[in-house]
Design a protein around this ligand. Structure first.
Ligand code: FRU
Length: 478
């Protein structure tokens, strides 16, 4: 069992702050066997307000321990999103192996006074593995040139030129900066006007290489709000090249890392070597501040490992839940060689009565099917595939509490990219969320839900004749 609790929507295997408001995960860094998760945090309210960096740590990315607040607002402003690095070579001179946070300071006074220069970049360092922090005296390290949205610095070490690269969201494009000491930065280039989705402001970027069959491919993540594929805020990405100065995209097509409504502001951990671990905020700016939780608001997504696939001459990111999820022990039920006509009720055989589980399913040449999760209160969530449109979907129209926002109820769809006719799905269901990883993560969808009671009934529905399910594996995660 994970940290058990009686709050109806408090997740079991996702991180939530004990109280207060959380949005973006930020500053994630791996150090000395510990995964650090910092996050946009307002300790004094369950809606957005003066931002701090909250802090949590984990050894496996699944069991989290919340620590005291890491960064507090100061005279330069509140603490918006950013990143953290381990300064292995002591380039900044703060000390060897200093953990350095690079973040936006948002100054509401300046904003009120009509200035456009209310977001500036600052740094802070910790010499005790993130326990206590000192803000750099020379802050801000990048002054705003007069762009209202100028934020969310993601810094990484670019080894070939022995310098730091900062990827910064600047309104409707990305600006790259470089530095040798984390204190002095020079502008290198820009990217993005005319590329990708521009339904809203660009925020929370990330830049890193992945390898595909021995070849290095650069990935640029750009979160955008609004303008997502199913409304509101969402994470898009580009693949291309980066030469230490400039990012060039392979194509102009918009690609989405997660098609569901509830993954936003996702970026990756730093200092994890070749492995790229991603985590998002499991909500959407359309309704995040009115969801029906009481003492806190928002959770993070399941952490995901990213890799590249190549389909139809383009690179696509595949997201898989981190291995620690698969390693969790829990009562498991495996059913094989099922043939479904109409509906097959798995409730009695599977006994997932708390509605918190992992489901792995393999369907052979399906025309359509849905995994229907429900309860005695009439709540229902359907996660399915429709071959005629070649889409996956999550339908939360009747998922329980939905009336808190007109933008919440709905059936959300995502394209299928995989070409084979066997479908492998992985579903992670927590108390208040459903995450779908189809085709080994080539299509990913995240949806939050607020059922009146646990979704303790499981059915597989289909309209086709003799739907062949090779295997269903269910594992309790409560
Ligand atoms: C994204 C975002 C960031 C900003 C932070 C403020 O959700 O708007 O751009 O730094 O939230 O909390």
């Amino acid at each position: 069992a994970q940290h058990n609790n009686n709050e109806p929507y408090r997740p079991v295997f996702h991180f939530t702050p004990k109280s207060g408001w959380m949005n973006d995960p930020n500053g994630m860094v791996y150090y000395n066997g510990i995964y650090h998760l910092f996050f946009q945090y307002n300790p004094d309210s369950t809606v957005w307000g003066p931002m701090h960096w909250g802090h949590a740590v984990s050894k496996d990315l699944v069991h989290w321990k919340e620590l005291p607040i890491a960064l507090y607002p100061d005279s330069l402003g509140t603490i918006f999103s950013g990143s953290a690095v381990i300064d292995v070579n002591n380039t900044a001179g703060f000390g060897s192996d200093a953990m350095v946070a690079i973040f936006t300071q948002h100054n509401p006074e300046l904003e009120k006074n009509g200035s456009d220069k209310f977001q500036n970049q600052s740094i802070a360092f910790s010499l005790n593995g993130g326990k206590s922090w000192t803000k750099y005296k020379g802050n801000p390290v990048i002054k705003n040139p007069g762009i209202r949205d100028f934020r969310d610095p993601k810094v990484s070490w670019y080894a070939p030129a022995k310098k730091w690269i900062m990827t910064l969201a600047t309104l409707d494009h990305i600006t790259f900066y470089a530095s040798t000491d984390l204190k002095h930065w020079q502008k290198e280039s820009t990217f993005g006007k005319g590329s990708g989705a521009h339904g809203g402001v660009w925020e929370c970027p990330d830049l890193f290489p992945l390898t595909y069959k021995g070849r290095q491919v650069w990935v640029l993540i750009v979160n955008v709000n609004p303008g997502g594929p199913n409304g509101g805020s969402a994470t898009q990405y580009f693949t291309g090249t980066f030469d230490g100065h400039q990012f060039k995209a392979d194509d102009l097509q918009t690609k989405w890392l997660d098609y569901g409504p509830d993954e936003y502001a996702g970026v990756t951990w730093s200092n994890t070597g070749e492995t790229k671990l991603f985590i998002g905020w499991m909500s959407n700016w359309e309704y995040a501040q009115v969801v029906p939780t009481k003492s806190w608001r928002s959770a993070t997504t399941t952490p995901r490992e990213l890799s590249l696939e190549r389909i139809d001459n383009q690179y696509l990111i595949a997201s898989k839940p981190v291995k620690a999820i698969d390693d969790l022990k829990g009562q498991t039920k495996i059913l094989t060689n099922l043939v479904v006509n109409g509906s097959l009720d798995l409730t009695q055989s599977a006994k997932m009565d708390k509605g918190i589980f992992q489901l792995d399913l393999k369907a052979i040449k399906p025309a359509d099917f849905a995994i229907e999760l429900s309860n005695d209160q009439g709540d229902m969530v359907a996660i399915g595939y429709d071959k005629s449109r070649n889409v996956y979907y999550i339908d939360r129209t009747q998922s329980g509490l939905t009336a808190f926002s007109k933008n919440f109820a709905g059936k959300h769809t995502a394209p299928r990219f995989a070409k084979n006719d066997i479908i492998n799905l992985k579903l992670l269901v927590d108390k208040a969320s459903v995450e779908l990883f189809a085709d080994d993560g080539l299509t990913t969808m995240t949806s939050i839900i607020f059922p009146h009671a646990p979704l303790n009934k499981i059915k597989i529905n289909t309209t086709q004749k003799n739907l062949a399910i090779k295997k269903v594996k269910l594992k309790r995660l409560e």
